[in-house]
Design a protein around this ligand. Structure first.
Ligand code: CP
Length: 307
């Protein structure tokens, strides 16, 4: 259970104590399962997990599947692009169809913000949000927090800079909700057209210059431009975006000398981030992907604790 809910739809309404619980359980799974030779546990033995994706994914879809299989669950993957969605079946009917087969957990990614709420109402299974439109990507924020805590020892009191397309980013929203709940300071920066006015109501500080956001930061999170969600032109060209808002070694030098770099992926090298920085010793990008499996194990286990 997540709060009083069978579903994990976002970080916004998830209590801080449950975030701590998930991070601790993920640390336990990483240490006692993933870092051992067998890499197996039977925590989800006899359980069925259905993965329903309406949008492309490499990291999230694969790590949920790996996590479920490592825990002994049976896994079915449904890609909307090759399903009866293409024959006109609605989201609710598709979810009810899959739910009728008796899965314990349905993991959903959808391009529409709020689609997961509709799915959760339609399903008796526990629904886990794997990214809905520009709303939330809770397991990404949890794995980012896990990674930060692993390398920094804490979340509380850190300065975190989130740079790039804030307006269309579900990762930014989930991260801001989580980091603020856990006592971190969050600064955001990017083109003014991509910084929504309500972002300060979420507890983030919006600054015009990327250097100002990065100065003294313990953690810098670079974001991809969500071109798939942008119908208008929000900056003149990718070249100009990279010149003014891209992260490189020079901009990163303003951060704390022990600062680390995160990016949810996929990275558009040379746009939001140079290859030199993405591949540097400061980069935690590959560690984030590794930690995604442990965090998704912890989330699925928690989903099955009812009552
Ligand atoms: N970070 C993330 O959601 O990546 P994918 O789109 O590859 O799942």
């Amino acid at each position: 259970m997540f709060g009083k809910c069978k579903d994990l739809l976002g970080i916004r309404f998830l209590p801080a104590c449950e975030i701590t619980e998930i991070l601790e359980q993920a640390e336990y799974f990483k240490r006692t399962v993933l870092l051992t030779d067998s890499k197996k546990t039977n925590v989800l033995s006899g359980k069925n997990v259905n993965i329903l994706f309406y949008e492309n994914s490499t990291r999230t879809r694969t790590s949920f599947e790996m996590a479920a299989k490592i825990m002994g669950a049976s896994v079915c993957c449904t890609a909307a692009s090759s399903s009866s969605v293409k024959k006109g079946e609605s989201l609710v009917d598709t979810v009810k169809t899959l739910d009728s087969m008796g899965p314990d957990i349905i993991i959903i990614r959808h391009g529409m913000s709020g689609a997961v709420n509709l799915a959760a109402e339609a399903a008796s299974a526990s629904v886990i949000n794997a990214g809905d439109g520009m709303c939330e990507h809770p397991t990404q924020a949890l794995l980012d927090a896990f990674t930060i805590k692993e390398v920094k020892g804490t979340l509380s009191g850190l300065k975190v800079a989130i740079v790039g397309d804030i307006a269309f980013s579900r990762v930014a929203r989930s991260n801001i909700w989580l980091l603020r709940k856990m006592g971190a300071e969050v600064f955001v920066s990017g083109p003014s057209t991509l910084i929504p006015p309500f972002i300060e109501d979420m507890g983030a500080v919006s600054v015009r210059s990327v250097r100002e956001a990065v100065t003294g930061a313990d953690v810098v999170i670079a974001l991809r431009i969500q071109v798939e969600r942008q119908k208008d032109c929000f900056f003149p060209s990718l070249h100009e975006y990279a010149s003014f808002f891209g992260l490189n070694d020079e901009v990163f030098s303003y951060a704390d000398k022990e600062a680390v770099l995160l990016h949810p992926g996929p990275v558009n090298r040379g746009v939001e981030l140079t290859s030199s920085l993405a591949d540097s010793c400061r980069s935690c990008i590959n560690l984030q992907i590794t930690n995604g499996v442990a965090v998704r194990m912890a989330v699925m286990q928690k989903a099955l604790i009812r009552g």
